[in-house]
Ligand binder design. Sequence first.
Ligand SMILES: CSCC[C@@H](NC(=O)CCC(=O)O)C(=O)O
Ligand SMILES: [Mg+2]
Length: 368
Amino acid sequence: MKVTGFELRRIAMPLVSPFRTSFGVEHDRDVLLVRAVTEDGAEGWGECVAMSEPLYSSEYVDGAAEVIRRFLVPAVLSLPDADPYLAEVPFAKIKGHPMAKAAVQTALLDAKLRIAGTPLAAHLGAVRDRVPAGVSVGIMDSIPELLEAVEGYLAEGYLRIKLKIQPGWDVEPVRAVRERFGDILLQVDANTAYTLADARHLAKLDPFELLLMEQPLPEDDIRGHAELARQVRTPICLDESITSARAAADAIALGATSVVNIKPGRVGGYLEARRVHDVCAANGVPVWVGGMLETGIGRAANVALAALPGCVLPGDTSASDRYFRRDVTAPFVLAEGHLAVPTGPGIGVEPDPDALAEVTTATQWLAR
Ligand SMILES: CSCC[C@@H](NC(=O)CCC(=O)O)C(=O)O
Ligand SMILES: [Mg+2]
């Protein structure tokens, strides 16, 4: 596959409501989309999930755009065949920047699969044609406000609730949700907000029978998570720590995680995401697909990934209207708590030109 060039497109996507986590509040997404164009006119799309500021991880969208422009696109254009698997070789020589790499790799993978007429789900080894949807609920100003939000999501049909927590907003909100809604599937995500010194406090979550406690400690504290796992009953699930299949194997071997949140952007793309899935499956560790507030472009690919056999828990693959009034693709809509896996070639969705034009803030064409 010969690529003639890439379009970098920035789009401004306001959120339907602020999304608050332990590391900040998101009011809108400044999204970088990558479109690969091949010699015979095929195209492929990838979404860079880096936030505007380096608060979830070290990447941020302006930095990702620069890495793509200066290093990743030239590396791809110098390949005799712009195959996403071949591109992993020069990409591995460039340290870090998994979200930037994932966006370019996905654009190449989408183009390759569209040419072949193969859906991404089939290429990855999907075994389902729809996936159960969970929803991530941000930190709120009050418990009544939280309960109202959770009630709304349950009424929409979401099959699992994830509550963002942080010191000062953890046991009480969880207790309130458990007491009000009974034995719903419920989990929490701390986004690295605690330390091992909080172990006894975090053990107060154990009576609420949570599915998991996501990334309580800093992303590089594998030993701490292994020690915490010995002090709390709630299963530990890692997110930020799992930067590759090898990192997943190490965390599992060290007893630091018993569930894994898979995010293609965090691990450099869907090819490595499948390897994370396979390593976890080989170790009997359940996985689910996380989210980075993707538009329908990234969401389509995530839903395909969520259809893999090891994805046995509802993921953060929510409907488009969880975050956006108008998506740039046809919206993903909840049906009986599930999202349908796209069946078209590649990621199986196309951005709507009018919707895209409405939110585009900048475009740049990068060619040989
Ligand atoms: C801005 S927070 C993004 C990272 C966060 N993502 C979510 O909570 C799910 C977001 C989504 O529904 O896409 C996580 O750490 O899991
Ligand atoms: Mg998380």
